[in-house]
Structures are given as C-alpha cells and as structure tokens.
Design a protein around this ligand. Sequence first.
Ligand code: IPM
Ligand code: MG
Length: 358
Amino acid sequence: MKTYRIAAIPGDGIGTEVVAAGVEVLEALAARCGSFSFAFDHFDWGGEYYKKHGVMMPDDGRERIRHHDAILFGSAGHPDIPDHITLWGLRLAICQPFDQYANVRPTRVLPGITSPLRAVSGKELDWVIVRENSEGEYAGVGGRVHRGLPLEAATDVSILTRGGVERIMRFAFRLAQSRPRKLLTVVTKSNAQRHAMVLWDEVAAGIAREFPDVTWDKMLVDAMTMRMVLRPESIDTVVATNLHADILSDLAAALAGSLGIAPTANLNPEREFPSMFEPIHGSAFDIMGKGIANPVGTFWSAVMLLEHLGEGAAAARLMRAIERVTAEPRWHTPDLGGKATTAEVTRATIEAIAAAND
Ligand code: IPM
Ligand code: MG
C-alpha cells in the first residue's frame, strides 16, 4: 500500500485549527479508501517559533520537507510580528525556492451557500484563477535609501521574465483546455504598465498558438473586477500576475460566499519539489481559539492535494462529502452566517465520507 509523506505546517492563528481538522479528514478518507495511507510530519514553524528563535523556520527547514510528497499549510501571520517578516520568512521562503510557480485557486458556489450576487449558483460561477507565483510584484526586488531622512526613497520592482511568463501561460492554457468550456481570460494592465505587462501580453499571444482549441481573451484588471460581478458566467479559467491574482482571488472568494471555503494549490508542476496546499483565508486572529474557523477551505485544499498525488477517486469522494456538508445550513460556520463549530463541520465531513456508498 502506498504511504504518502505529508509535511503539515499549521503556522499561526486559525491555521493550527484548520490544519488539525484537515489531517483528521485525510486520515478518515485514507481509512475509507483503503488503498493508500498518510504519514504526517508536523512542523511548529511560524510566529510563535519566531518569538523563541528569531526566525520563522530553522535554517535546514526546507531540507527537512524537501522529500515529502506534499505540504499542507495553514497560514502565516502574527499580530506581534510585521507581516512582511512572517510572509517572507515562511510561506514565500517555501514557495519561491521550491519553485511553486503555479498558484491555482478554484472558485465555485458550493451547494447550500449563497453568493452575494443575486441568483448566482455553481452554474454561473465556476472559475479557476491561475496566479503567477514566483515573480512579478512579489519578486522581492527593491530597496530603501536615505532611511529616516526627508529624502527617503523606496522601490518595489516588479520583474517578469519571458521564461516565467511562458511557463505560467502554458500551464493556464493547458488547464483551460482540460475544462469543458476551454475558455481562458488573460488579465493584464498593459495600457498603463508599458514594459513588463506588454511582454506578458506578447507571450500570451504566442503560447495561445499552441492551443488552437482554447478560446481566449484579454482583459484589463480593473475591467475584470466589473466583469466578475456583472457577467460571472462569461468567465472560466483566468491567468493573472502575482498581485493582480491575489486581489482578484479575494473578490472571487467573496462572490462564492466566503473566504472561509476558498482553497489554493502552490504547484511545482515539474515535481522537482513538493507542492503546497493551503486555505487562502489567512490566520484570522480575531476568531482564533474560538473553535469556529471554517475548515472547508482546508478540506478543499486537501482535495487539490489528493489530485496532485494522483488519487483522483479519493479527491472526488472528499469533494462530494464537502458538498454534502455545505448543502446543510446546520453545518455552516459563522463566516457563512451559521453557528457550527470547526469540530462539528469536521465530524460531519468524516461522517459523509463514511456514509457514502460511492
Ligand atoms: C494570499 C495571501 C497572501 C498573499 C498574504 C498572506 C501575504 O493574501 O495567499 O492570497 O498576498 O500572497
Ligand atoms: Mg490574498
């Protein structure tokens, strides 16, 4: 029997609560399927670790997870530590060196969940946002001079490389091609940003020729926000730069009913390094320790993890269990307007996995 080694990194805030729930559900699923198992290694990296050791993860941290089959991540962010330290010290310190350049964010209105858009369901809103995850506005290039002086200046330089754009475009076109509508929207801002975004557009047009069966269009990012709200049914697969997709994916999650259900995969498609799966909601310190965090974002991320491992049947079984649970308002956590706790939603999901005879 195949045993998958998973590195669990809960991180901070509600990350610890939802990753524990995710591990429980994955164990139950493996037991139900019977054809594979998981061996979890837990790593206590994050804000509390930083307070003790002055770093978010140890120097050999990446080496210790380098050979795992996948990483299940909670969130990084701590009220006492500046956000750029928690982000660059843990999440980006894993994503960038492990070259997880394709960040995939599916958005769908799940059964039982109401979108703030009137009369929109999973039929009209079923998107996948592909976020370039290795460069662009998150390249980390820049600096500060004349610190503290009136002359002080600071830059954050967005870098796009032809190779980086080619690989994310190819990934996005391939993903669009695998979906029934074969429809891709390339988000850009090449009217105002006349260097890197123009390269982005040119590369998109070139890669498009490799995928004659995919219909694609180009959309300025500001207009894209309107289109997401006013014509959600016109969208299927979307590709955007790191920051554009960061912003669009929060809007997408809100339109799908809650940030609490939105999942992410940080993929190294070539599988030279492990890929990382996480809910997109962040550490949410305001509700930490209350036991009311929505674990569905983590469960859905676990579905993506299973798909990446090649366990398609198990992934589909977990997704069906999640949908059976969201369909019942009594299993809605407060972010969805309900009263359920993390533990109750977890138990309901495990019961749905066990009860299913498919
Ligand atoms: C996300 C998050 C992160 C990001 C934050 C936590 C830095 O918003 O995954 O979308 O901006 O990448
Ligand atoms: Mg974000």
